[in-house]
Design a protein. Structure first.
Length: 214
């Protein structure tokens, strides 16, 4: 599991004036919760970049006032005008306490449907899971080796030891659809096959009429 480190300081001032002062210093306020106590802290905006601006799932080790907290990202707030990060929520990992995390999906293997000319369509890039911190990992591997043309892989098809998947089980996460070229090829082949039947009927001898009664 990839881990990044963040050096923070205890936050002492609160309210709009204190928050404006933090922003003027390019500091971002944050909170660490889920452990024995809630920790309000600040850190430089640059310190959060590797955690915030990535699709990867990571552990953040945040050191505040000499103590280090192992955390995962839970929520972010951005300025509506400048789009700058203005607040971050982190969840502390406690060894025997389950957490809910969003883990990215990694599709592996070769789909028979793609081999037949179809297109792989990814409908979900991550799953929400509940597990103990020791089972957290960077990604969930999903095999597409049995994914046929016009087939689906659904949430219920993903089985991971020690994970309780929170998403609705019937939601598709990936499918293989027909490409435009494949549809055109099938459409072109259908009339040719249909024309064979009339031709065969024309070639067959006419049915004999019943003999007239004398």
């Amino acid at each position: 599991m990839k881990t990044i480190t963040i050096e923070g300081s205890l936050r002492t001032g609160f309210g709009k004036t204190a928050t404006r002062h933090l922003r003027s210093q390019e500091l971002v306020p944050g909170v660490i919760y889920g452990g024995a106590q809630e920790i309000n802290f600040t850190a430089s905006a640059d310190a959060f970049r590797k955690l915030v601006y990535t699709p990867n799932f990571q552990i953040a080790e945040v050191t505040v006032d000499g103590k280090t907290y192992r955390t995962i990202l839970k929520d972010l707030q951005f300025d509506k005008i400048t789009d700058e990060l203005i607040h971050i929520d982190l969840l502390e990992l406690v060894e025997d306490k389950k957490v809910i995390a969003t883990i990215p999906l990694n599709f592996v293997g070769t789909s028979p449907g793609v081999k037949d000319g179809g297109k792989l369509v990814v409908k979900m890039k991550s799953l929400k899971v509940k597990t103990l911190p020791k089972y957290l990992k960077e990604q969930i591997e999903v095999s597409i080796d049995k994914l046929e043309l016009n087939g689906n892989i659904r949430v219920e098809d993903v089985q991971v030891d020690n994970y309780e998947i929170m998403n609705s089980p019937r939601i598709p996460i990936a499918s293989v659809t027909m490409t435009r070229q494949l549809k055109q090829e099938e459409a072109a082949a259908t009339p040719a096959a249909g024309a064979a039947a009339p031709a065969a009927a024309a070639a067959a001898p006419a049915a004999a009429k019943p003999a007239a009664k004398k």
